[in-house]
Design a protein around this ligand. Structure first.
Ligand SMILES: Nc1nc(=O)c2c([nH]1)NC[C@@H]1CN(c3ccc(C(=O)N[C@@H](CCC(=O)O)C(=O)O)cc3)C=[N+]21
Ligand SMILES: [Mg+2]
Length: 295
């Protein structure tokens, strides 16, 4: 069999960012409104610093305003909550993202619930979680939204397909399952306690891997021709001592069996950031009661 088609998240996200930039320009020219995204980073986690820098760069490139708030690791929880209250009230800020994970002394759920649901571009606030599960207009979490865009690009209509989501996190697994249900897939959510996981995965036309375990999903777990979305981003040490980035899927094996697969890096990661910009644009249009651009 020929190798799987590579799903190019870099190229897809670049096109999406171009489309978003066009709508940002229109908002500016016709309505004198500039979408603004505030990113809050607490502490100095090196991976988080890289992500926040990339988000800032992409936000500015797209023509939006970027407001970065970098706080020391020992910032008291109440100071973070006060900052969020200020951002909620700031008319220049349409989207608020608090980079996770937060330091251990801060209750992440409390911080998430302090964000105005209309500005919750991560889609983590319980109001947005509930709205998504009820099939209402919601801010949809960026990684699942980007994953769905890639799936629709590869497969067209998804209805009737068997989808297995491996991982049940609030950030990826659960919202991914909601989106796939909405697309009329038959959805299974597997996790660490699932029995006979390889057999469960083998039934899937669509596999979404979001477990955070490097290369856990093996090639012989896959139905030939299936579509694999690898959400994992794991930094591991290769045999020769160098650091490398791998997903939750054993790519070398999976590429021989799957019909299409996302690489790591260059798959879902860049889609997450493009969807963050998309959500900020949508949030801005809604807050100004303007038509929501079709992105
Ligand atoms: N409130 C919050 N919202 C998030 O959306 C959020 C978060 N916290 N905490 C951390 C995770 C992770 N995340 C990524 C974003 C971009 C890439 C990305 O651009 N990856 C590139 C480069 C990877 C690299 O070189 O490190 C790629 O996969 O090709 C990856 C991961 C957003 N997250
Ligand atoms: Mg915590």
């Amino acid at each position: 069999m020929t190798d799987a088609r590579l799903i190019d998240g870099n190229a897809f996200s670049a096109r999406l960012r171009d489309t978003i930039a066009t709508h940002v320009q229109t908002l500016r020219d016709e309505h004198h409104v500039v979408p603004g995204l505030a990113v809050v980073l607490v502490g100095e986690d090196p991976a988080s610093q890289v992500y926040v820098r990339t988000k800032h760069k992409r936000t500015v490139e797209t023509g939006m305003k970027s407001f970065e708030h970098k706080l020391p690791a020992d910032t008291p929880e109440r100071e973070v909550l006060t900052l969020i209250e200020g951002l909620n009230d700031d008319p220049e800020v349409h989207g608020i993202l608090v980079q996770l994970p937060l330091p251990g002394h801060i209750d992440s759920q409390k911080v998430i619930e302090a964000i105005d649901p209309a500005k919750d571009v991560d889609g983590f606030h319980p109001v947005n979680v509930g709205r998504l599960s009820a099939g209402l207009d919601a801010m949809v979490p960026c990684t699942p939204l980007g994953s769905l865009m890639l799936l629709k690009d590869v497969l067209g209509k998804l209805d009737g397909l068997d989808a297995v989501v491996v991982g049940r996190s609030n950030i990826v697994g659960k919202p991914m399952a909601q989106l796939l249900i909405k697309e009329s897939c038959t959805v299974t959510v597997a996790h660490s306690r699932t029995r006979d996981l390889p057999d469960v995965v083998r039934r899937a036309d669509i596999v979404v891997a979001a477990v955070g375990r490097p290369e856990m999903i093996r090639g012989d777990w896959l139905k030939p021709g299936c579509t694999v979305i690898d959400v994992g981003i794991n930094r591991i040490e290769a045999a020769d001592g160098t650091k490398k980035l791998v997903g939750d899927v054993n790519f070398a094996e999976a590429v021989k069996v799957a019909g299409a697969i996302t690489p790591v890096p260059g798959g879902v990661g860049p889609m997450t950031i493009a969807c963050l910009l998309r959500n900020t644009l949508v949030a801005c249009a809604r807050q100004h009661r303007l038509p929501v651009p079709p992105v």
